[in-house]
Design a protein around this ligand. Structure first.
Ligand code: SF4
Ligand code: SF4
Length: 314
């Protein structure tokens, strides 16, 4: 059954995961292969990797003009490229009642903070690792499953055309990734959990405005990097620490740009994953193999050694 038009889709991602390209290819497919009218654009920060990326796609009938050029605030389909983004209220803002949420997370993840309503969970990272591609085409497969407007065959052909220009092998691998994302996306209806957030929350608005800003532009609460959470900057991997292999040489601490390593006198105690952005420089530098590159999981929360807590214990 074809969805009623217009349809609005929003991708929430972080730089480096390929959300912008995915949204471009989706809009291209809607226009050139499905004979619809569509618009697409993305907004992102100044850095190539690690900063929030938001893509908006609108689709309408061929003769139906799309006059709105602002970001999609009330999406029918909302795709979240990294499960850590779910913790940010702005990620889910505006999802329509009856809208569909697509989330990249392990299918078995039981503690996802999903809003009430329909959700599709796809382990795009696992698929991309197995097929040696990126997660964006797997998520496109899940988005095609979530949105009846999208013709998955047309989108697969668009991907083949795009990646085929670079190499037939890449086209084949991305085609496989797309169809695996389509097939392996699992429905997760969240209705009964009383603590589940309601969908259709309004877009987050700034705390201070014309009528509420303190006089003289006074800063009432100074910023503090202790509240920084860089975990949403990671692209699926983090360093894992093996105490038994560590020789406490400190090389990892020298190369880490975010001071994530926690020391007790001259002994390395572990990593504070709140500040780790997953650049993996430490893994490349460790001479003893005490740090290994591993796929992110709940262990980054359970094995975290909080800097402040550790300092307070001294
Ligand atoms: S570089 Fe490796 S061996 Fe040296 S302190 Fe860091 S984790 Fe331990
Ligand atoms: S991956 Fe290693 S070097 Fe990079 S931020 Fe995390 S702890 Fe620091």
């Amino acid at each position: 059954m074809r969805a009623s038009l217009p349809v609005e889709i929003r991708f929430e991602s972080i730089g480096g995961l390929g959300a912008h390209l995915a949204s471009q290819l989706l809009a291209e497919s809607l226009v050139l292969r499905q004979n619809l009218n569509a618009s697409q654009f993305s907004s992102f920060g100044s850095e190539k990797k690690g900063t929030p990326v938001r893509s908006s796609i609108r689709a309408a009938e061929k003769n139906q003009p799309i006059r709105v050029t602002s970001p999609v605030t009330r999406p029918d389909v909302l795709a979240v490229f990294h499960e850590a983004l779910l913790a940010r209220p702005a990620t889910l803002a505006g999802l329509k009642l009856g809208g569909v949420l697509v989330v990249n997370a392990p299918a078995a993840a039981a503690d996802l903070p999903l809003p009430r309503g329909r959700a599709l969970v796809v382990d795009a990272m696992a698929i991309a690792m197995e097929e040696q591609t990126r997660i964006n085409t797997a998520i496109l497969g899940a988005v095609a499953k979530a949105c009846p407007l999208i013709d998955p065959k047309a989108l697969a052909e668009t991907l083949e055309g795009h990646f085929g220009k670079r190499s037939p092998k890449l086209a084949q691998a991305n085609g496989k990734t797309f169809w695996r994302g389509y097939r392996e996306a699992v429905e997760r209806a969240v209705e009964d959990r009383p603590d589940a957030p309601a969908p259709e929350r309004g877009a987050s608005s700034p705390r201070w405005g014309y009528f509420t800003a303190p006089l003289g532009g006074a800063i009432l609460e100074a910023g503090n990097t202790a509240a920084n959470d860089l975990s949403v900057s990671r692209q699926g991997f983090a360093p894992r620490f093996n105490t038994a292999r560590c020789v406490h040489c400190g090389v990892c601490d020298l190369v880490c740009p975010d001071y994530c390593f926690v020391w007790e006198d001259i002994r390395l105690m572990g990593i504070d994953y709140q500040y780790c952005k997953g650049c993996l420089r430490c893994v490349e530098s460790c001479p003893s193999g005490a740090l290994t590159k591993e796929r992110e999981g709940a262990w980054t929360r359970t094995e975290r050694v909080p800097l402040r807590q550790q300092k307070a214990a001294r």
